[in-house]
Write a protein that binds this ligand. Sequence first.
Ligand SMILES: [Zn+2]
Length: 277
Amino acid sequence: MRHILITFLLVLIPLISIAQPDVPVEQWTGKTILLIGAHPDDDSYSMGTLGMLNANGNEVYIAILTTGNVGTQDPDLGMMDLALIRKQEEQAALATMGIPTDHYINFGYDDGMLEYEDKKEVVAKLVRLIREVRPDVLFSFDPGKGGQRWHKADHRASAYLSADAARAAMWPLMFQGQITVEGLEAHTIPEYLLYDSAEKDKNTWVDITGWEERKVDALSKYVSQFSSGWSDYNGPDLSPEQEEEMKENLRRWIRYRDGMPMEGFRYYTGLPDNIGR
Ligand SMILES: [Zn+2]
């Protein structure tokens, strides 16, 4: 039994150490970061980390697949209104974190319908973006460790499509026209910070000390999503009382571990084929 235990630990310990970045995320600099999400607020999971990385000399790009044009319970808002509102909210949130708003890319798909779009077309667009931006690190919805994981439909689609695109981007014969006609090169993304992971799968906690109030300020720009504007939109400006109430709620979302504000991820490094392992 003892031998089995020792063997188990010898096998497990290297696996645990592989799951951590060589350099703590808080010390990363000079990297190109790409986040892929489904909706214009899916960067909320990572907002403190993204702001910190941007300030630390990394280039941060945010790619969102849908316009978010059905995410409301306000009967007076139409799809066109909401797409515009959410574009402005996203840009305001990124500006609050100091991330250049021209680093925001929206693919324009309809909210709630991502899973039913032409997958080959979406992946081709994501592969092109990966080959253009050439990220060192991809932030993505976690497609699930050790098997499939249920996410709500657009998040599920975003998780799988971005993992599929990360994989396709490294093979020069996949979407070959991007290379032979458009002059791009194949690109292998070496590192991943997967967000909205199952709690048990999170292996990397980023200390966002000093960024927590900036994160609250940024998230407070999503008036149509994270305030009473969800059902009765009167934004983008709230009364001082409404704004403070919203921020008080958002402060409760900040996770603390050992008294420090943290954002949790599943870190993965290696060939994209093994993201799910
Ligand atoms: Zn979302």
